[in-house]
Design a protein around this ligand. Structure first.
Ligand code: PGA
Length: 250
């Protein structure tokens, strides 16, 4: 039985003070929480340390939104895995569609980052997903399996890796993939993993859905056989909504 995982991706939102306040509100909203669902929060880099302190002892994981694949050096604007680990991150999101779309990330650079995160002892959330044009062209399967195989090229062990299927047309648009549409792609991703790593690994890997997940649709999505939780953008900026989504995964 795969344990569900729900992560709030705060993207470029909230100051350090606002982030700390929101993290504290999430803990309060979760109350006793639920052991059935793993939860995580990905604030901005400047807020990681403060949010990590606020989350201490709550059981909620501290997650980074990205990282670089070098250890250190002349890479202005970048942050290394060592730095993220030192502030208490346990997961790093890699290959979010906004990184691919606006910051030129490719399957190759995603692959380098994944290797670096896993080697550092942190876990990875690998994001994949097709654009609206790709869906309309009928190439969703090709695109998503290329992103999975390209991202995981040469990665021997994916025990510490979660995949997030996020159709680009559903991110921040209010358009959620229907639970059947999402399930179809999740199955395809699991089959791609099966082709690479075998049945046991493919049945164990967790695949989150992301793209306009709300408290009102989380339960239906999470009930699908191959959907193992969610990566939540907009709705994670409200403590009560995010807590309700985590509870839908319990
Ligand atoms: P959204 O974002 O929930 O605001 O659609 C999801 C994501 O990009 O992770």
């Amino acid at each position: 039985m795969r344990r569900k995982i729900v992560v709030g991706n705060w993207k470029m939102n909230k100051t350090v003070a606002e982030s700390t306040e929101l993290a504290t509100a999430v803990i309060a909203a979760l109350g006793d929480g639920c052991s059935g669902c793993e939860a995580g929060i990905a604030p901005t880099y400047p807020a990681l340390d403060a949010v990590g302190r606020a989350l201490d002892g709550s059981g909620i994981a501290l997650v980074a939104q990205n990282c670089h694949y070098e250890d250190d050096g002349a890479y202005t604007g970048e942050v290394s895995t060592g730095m993220l680990k030192a502030v208490g991150c346990t997961y790093v999101i890699i290959g979010h569609s906004e990184r691919r779309q606006y910051f030129g990330e490719t399957d190759e650079t995603v692959n380098l980052r994944i290797k670096k995160v896993l080697a550092s002892g942190m876990k990875v959330i690998l994001c994949v997903g097709e654009t609206l044009a790709e869906r309309e062209e009928g190439v969703t399967g090709t695109v998503v399996s290329r992103q999975v195989t390209g991202g995981l090229k040469g990665v021997a062990d994916i025990t510490d890796l979660v995949i997030a299927y996020e159709p680009v047309w559903a991110i921040g648009t209010g358009k959620t993939a229907s639970s059947d549409q999402a399930q179809e792609v999740h199955r395809l991703i699991r089959d791609t993993v099966k082709g690479m790593y075998g049945t046991e690994v493919s049945e164990a890997v967790r695949i989150q859905y992301g793209g306009s997940v709300k408290a009102s649709n989380a339960e239906e999505l999470f009930a699908m056989p191959d959907i193992d939780g969610g990566l939540i953008g907009g709705a994670s900026l409200n403590a009560a909504d995010f807590a309700a989504i985590v509870k839908a995964g319990c």
